[in-house]
Design a protein around this ligand. Structure first.
Ligand code: ATR
Length: 278
């Protein structure tokens, strides 16, 4: 890329038209007076390799990756961070010299920073943590909780075999427990996370019983459409502190923006408003 060209960044997914990321990055670009563009790019799985190899030659300095390509890009990247490798998925790509693709995963960072910002004394190392769901998002959350010293991660999933597979992969702190056995899952937990799609607009609601949640435990939902999900409402009714998932979307975007455009952006109320207005 020549020195005076305007950097481009894309978000690759399918479907992609509902992504909130373009509004967030457009807000930051404007706010920091940076000449650059962040664009949604609809890409099929078949076209992903060709699109990725063409992007650096078109002036793209990097990309975000979303459903359904987060796993596939790990195999297509030339360098994969340890985090992305453990999680088996990447959401942030930085293009280097000669079209070299560096892949990272910032979802765990976004998860952690969102909770730290909302509840400054949040400390997942002081009590067991509970995680509902065993998909890709769950792996990022589990890796983050283990990094932060969680003594135990109780993992429960509708399909028990997926929870067992993660118990096997992550080892000791992760314990797979049956779905529906919320009493046992929640017992003594200081952090409770929904990583399933339950409660998302267009999906079935989250209906498991959360009445045994520890008073003042920190409950957060990765679903942010709607902001107040059935999971968060049930957790709040049972006495938990709740943190919505919109902040995770904003915080996971910070490292990418910094690497592509050279400024570390603020994940503040203005960023939140920009996403909510999208
Ligand atoms: P992501 O990458 O966003 O985590 P995913 O890998 O498709 O997406 O995982 C979706 C999660 O939501 C899984 O834990 C899934 O449970 P299964 O492994 O049993 O499929 C969970 N989920 C989706 N729909 C569900 C439903 N109706 N009831 C219970 N769990 C559901």
């Amino acid at each position: 890329m020549s020195e005076d060209s305007i950097p481009l960044v894309g978000v690759l997914g399918s479907p992609i038209s509902h992504s909130r990321s373009p509004a967030l990055h457009a807000h930051w670009l404007k706010r920091y007076g940076i000449a650059g563009h962040y664009v949604p790019i609809e890409v099929s799985s078949d076209d992903l390799p060709a699109v990725l190899s063409a992007m650096p030659r078109m002036g793209f300095v990097g990309a975000n990756v979303t459903i359904p390509h987060k796993e596939a890009v790990v195999a297509l990247a030339h360098r994969v961070s340890d985090r992305a490798d453990v999680i088996g998925a990447a959401n942030t790509l930085v293009f280097g010299e000669g079209g070299l693709i560096n892949a990272d995963n910032t979802d765990g960072y976004g998860f952690t920073e969102n909770l730290r910002q909302a509840i400054p004394d949040w400390n997942p190392s002081s009590a067991p943590c509970a995680v509902f769901g065993a998909g890709g998002a769950s792996r990022a959350v589990i890796a983050a909780l283990i990094d932060l010293g969680a003594p135990e991660v109780r993992l429960t999933n509708r399909t028990f075999a997926r929870a067992e597979a993660l118990e096997e992969q992550f080892g000791e702190p992760v314990v797979a427990l049956p779905w529906q056995d919320t009493r046992h899952v929640l017992d003594g937990c200081g952090t409770v996370v929904n990583t399933t799609s339950l409660g998302m607009e267009g999906q079935p609601p989250f209906v498991l019983d959360l009445s045994d949640i520890v008073q003042n435990a920190v409950a957060t939902d990765l679903v942010y459409t709607p902001l107040k999900t059935p999971f968060l409402e049930a957790a709040a009714a049972a006495g938990a502190q709740t943190v919505d998932g919109l902040g995770m979307l904003i915080h996971q975007a910070v490292p990418g923006f910094e690497r592509w455009f050279g400024v570390r952006p603020d994940a503040d109320d203005a960023a939140r408003e920009a996403v909510l207005g999208a």
